[in-house]
Design a protein around this ligand. Structure first.
Ligand SMILES: Cc1cc2nc3c(=O)[nH]c(=O)nc-3n(C[C@H](O)[C@H](O)[C@H](O)COP(=O)(O)O)c2cc1C
Length: 345
């Protein structure tokens, strides 16, 4: 049981699923799994409207990160993660999903319309992914040196492909070093920008306080400058050189480093990336493997094309993850499903 009310969302119990309730009751319950999805800076930029057998997913652009994500690309990726969690909950509770992305060309905030479909049994694979929802964490701590299970790699590549994205393992040493250097360069450029530091500081919560969003101290890397510095120092000083050295190291030597991307770069592809990201993270978690993000060169516009160039892949890079086995962590805060529900008219 979580004693902190901002972590209460993680105590969801499937025994409480309203089997005899209306379709809307069931959908509202399933949203409890959607809100456990990862999101950039834990901004949770989603809202949902339930009517009858349908849930609509809306972008909450009041939660945009204007400096690191001016086009709302990561915002839509985050919403795609929540969408995948919702679909997984539908499968687990015994329904097919009918999902239409971007159903209204006149409403860019309406990202998906998902309908509760016919009754059906979930596959063993879907059940395993569903069970991983409450266990998944972004893990910024040091990983063990143990290599990734060999059989997991093709599984993760397949997981991304099932959601129309691609996943590239940066295993080649020359490629790995080049990407690690680019990540360090991204750190230096971002930290030199005061607007970046102000935005970052506004989402870091050093004292595990009462905020229902953002990144608490406990989720930051204990050996990381960010966790000891605190928002005031981050706002004021350029810590880029130290962060770059640390991130270069973990990118170069973590057991796995992957780039997740799509062939096109548009809202539809961003939602696909989010669904692929959630599927990849959950599939990794099934095998006890965690991830953390090293997206710096993708967030710096001038560096982004270099990522695909260096790994020799066409298309557009969206996310860089390092993968490995890390220590157990507490979950980060979440707004409850009720809080993000748009009242029915
Ligand atoms: C699209 C996206 C981008 C992210 N980018 C970063 C990042 O650049 N650095 C980082 O440390 N975490 C990043 N994260 C992880 C979030 O900070 C994390 O999901 C959030 O704090 C919630 O914590 P949890 O994943 O442990 O539930 C990203 C997550 C998403 C979905």
């Amino acid at each position: 049981m979580q004693t902190n009310p901002n972590r209460a969302a993680w105590d969801v119990s499937e025994d409480e699923f309203p089997r005899l309730g209306t379709p809307a009751d069931k959908l509202r319950f399933m949203l409890r799994y959607a809100v456990l999805a990862p999101s950039n800076r834990n901004s949770q930029p989603w809202r949902f409207k339930v009517h009858g057998r349908t849930v609509e997913l809306y972008a909450d652009r009041t939660r945009s990160l204007r400096v690191t994500d001016p086009l709302d690309r990561q915002l839509l990726i985050s919403c795609g993660c929540a969408l995948f969690h919702l679909r997984l909950a539908m499968w687990h509770f015994g329904y097919l999903d009918g999902t239409v992305l971007l159903p209204d060309p006149d409403d860019h905030d309406l990202l998906a319309r998902v309908t509760l479909g016919e009754e059906d049994s979930a596959t063993a694979q879907q059940e395993a992914l569903f069970d991983a929802i409450v266990k998944r964490r972004t893990n910024r701590q040091l990983f063990l040196d143990d290599p990734l299970p060999e059989e997991l790699k093709p599984e993760l590549v397949k997981a991304a492909a099932r959601e129309q994205a691609w996943l590239h393992f940066v295993d080649d040493r020359t490629q790995r070093n080049a990407i690690a250097d680019l990540i360090a360069e991204g750190d230096r450029l971002q930290w030199a920008d005061k607007r970046f530091r102000l935005e970052l500081a506004s989402w870091l919560h050093p004292n595990d306080g009462t905020a229902p969003d953002g990144i608490p101290n406990s989720a930051q890397n204990s050996g990381d400058l960010l966790s000891v510095a605190g928002p005031m120092v981050i706002r004021t000083f350029d810590l880029g050189e130290g962060q770059a050295a640390k991130d270069r190291d973990i990118a170069a030597y973590s057991p796995g480093l992957v780039v997740l991307g799509t062939d096109t770069d548009e809202p539809w592809a961003w939602l696909a990336t989010g669904q692929a990201l959630a599927r990849v993270l959950l599939r990794a978690r099934v095998d006890g493997v965690s991830a953390s993000y090293l997206d710096q060169p993708i967030e710096v516009m001038s560096l982004r094309p270099k990522v695909t160039e260096l790994i020799g892949h066409g298309g557009h890079a969206h996310i860089i993850l390092r993968l490995g086995i890390g220590p157990n962590l507490n979950p980060t805060p979440r707004r409850s499903a009720e809080t993000v529900l748009i009242p029915a008219p």
